[in-house]
Design a binder for this molecule. Structure first.
Ligand code: GRF
Length: 216
């Protein structure tokens, strides 16, 4: 049985593309669902091109982030995902996600965590902060998601050198290359570790649905 996972995105989706090419197409695991909070996220087109179910769910149609994320959570449970990947997803997940997928949600962040992280540190802002601090190195980190922002145990981390004359743009490009490698490594590892037998798979889905029902 293939390990199944869902990917949450908000933007371009180059990390998603790395997962489509190096994990999904190679049969190391199956991306069963891609969800975006942005209608124009190019990541959605990348998923559609690979015949992966992909949906924009409009946060504007929900009264608060809890209800929005409850809808997304139901969708990933229905898709029978074993774990979740946040690949450039710009929102903070809610507690029920951590209850249903304990240590089974990973996020990629473009810095050497815990540096340059937390609310407001996303996109170019992370790299601008690295340059403003005069850091000589930066990098990328894959970590498990807990209830904080960019906190949670680190799974993989790799450094890059910040060269003289580096700009936020050039640093972003350099780090992104490392991200693609790390996310593929981390997801491949989880696909191996969480590979279920048929029976385990069915039990696990019943357990997740039970937790979800109790939360409601
Ligand atoms: C990446 O830098 C990732 O670390 C951050 O958002 C960016 C997403 O890039 N969380 P992409 O959409 O995968 O191209």
């Amino acid at each position: 049985m293939l390990t199944k996972f869902a990917v949450l995105v908000s933007g371009n989706g180059s990390n998603l593309q790395a997962l489509i090419d190096e994990v999904h197409k190679k049969g190391l695991g199956e991306i069963v669902l891609v969800l975006s909070d942005k209608e124009d996220a190019y990541a959605l087109s990348r998923a559609e091109k690979a015949d992966i179910p992909a949906f924009f769910v409009d946060p504007g149609e929900y009264p608060n982030r809890e209800e929005y994320h409850m809808t997304l959570l139901r969708m990933v449970v229905e898709a029978k995902a074993h774990f979740i990947v946040l690949a450039g997803y710009l929102r903070i997940l809610t507690k029920p996600w951590i209850d249903v997928f304990p240590n089974k949600i990973i996020n990629i962040h473009p810095s050497l965590l815990p540096k340059h992280s937390g609310k407001g540190y996303y996109g170019l802002k992370v790299h601008q902060s690295v340059l403003a601090a005069g850091d000589k190195e930066s990098g990328a980190t894959v970590h498990f998601v807990d209830e904080g922002t960019d906190t949670g145990p680190i799974l993989l981390q790799e450094k890059v050198i910040v060269d003289a004359g580096e700009t936020a743009d050039s640093l972003q490009k350099k780090v992104l290359k490392i991200e693609h490698k790390l996310i593929v490594e981390a997801v491949s590892q989880l696909c191996r570790e969480l590979k279920p037998t048929q029976a385990e798979d069915e039990d696990e889905i019943v357990a997740m649905s039970d937790i979800l029902r109790d939360i409601n």
